[in-house]
Design a protein around this ligand. Structure first.
Ligand SMILES: [Zn+2]
Length: 207
């Protein structure tokens, strides 16, 4: 992980996209929140167009428990990118699931992919235990992540099963390919879920 700005990525697929004027393109920050309830779309490191109400600082309005999903490319990305925010949301009574696109197979020098995956999966499980989040592993391979209709449908199944109100993911033009894949698949998934909800279109093929 490099920096870790938090920004809104997407919601219902309506409004304009607003990029963060200040956030660096190469930032690996877990930038992203998508709200099912808010109309604008923002891509942000710091310049957020709209925030779900539960993430607005200082807002004292009582909010019912929401379902939150965070998608990261590797074990450690969600925790280092927005772990504090996730912990705070859990403490406020919201339910958080973390989906790891890969299991970090390529993340430990001198260690086989299988062994690295075993170690990093356990680390992610331990981290989720600390954060009181539910871990889910999508099963893609570190360094070999793929954006395709098949992987989109797979991630859409995992995210859709959680019925999220808010989704966090990477900045889509992050410098790491796995982070980019996680972000693009998540954004497409979220758009697909809204399309299904809005107009009955069931296909989520890339378009
Ligand atoms: Zn990563």
């Amino acid at each position: 992980m490099a920096s870790a700005g938090i920004g809104v990525v997407s919601s219902a697929g309506i409004g304009a996209v607003s990029s963060a004027g200040i956030g660096a393109v190469s930032s690996a920050g877990m930038g992203a929140v998508a709200s099912a309830k808010i109309g604008a779309v923002g891509l942000a490191g710091t310049g957020v167009v709209s925030l779900p109400e539960i993430l607005r600082a200082g807002v004292q309005v009582p909010v019912s428990a929401r379902k939150i999903v965070c998608v990261g490319g590797h074990p450690d990305d969600p925790e280092s990118g927005c772990g504090g925010t996730l912990a705070k949301l859990v403490a406020l009574g919201h339910e958080v699931t973390i989906i790891y696109l890969t299991t970090g197979e390529a993340g430990i020098n001198g260690v086989s992919h299988d062994e690295a995956a075993r170690i990093r999966k356990q680390e992610a499980i331990n981290a989720c235990r600390v954060l009181n989040c539910k871990p889910v592993f999508a099963g893609q391979i570190d360094g070999e992540s793929i954006v395709s209709n098949a992987t989109l449908e797979q991630l859409q199944g995992l995210i859709g099963a959680e019925k999220p109100d808010v989704v966090f993911c990477h900045w889509p033009i992050d410098s790491h390919k796995d982070h980019q894949c996680a972000s693009l698949l998540t954004i497409q998934t979220f758009r697909g879920l809204h399309r299904r909800a809005d107009d009955g279109i069931s296909s989520n093929r890339l378009r």
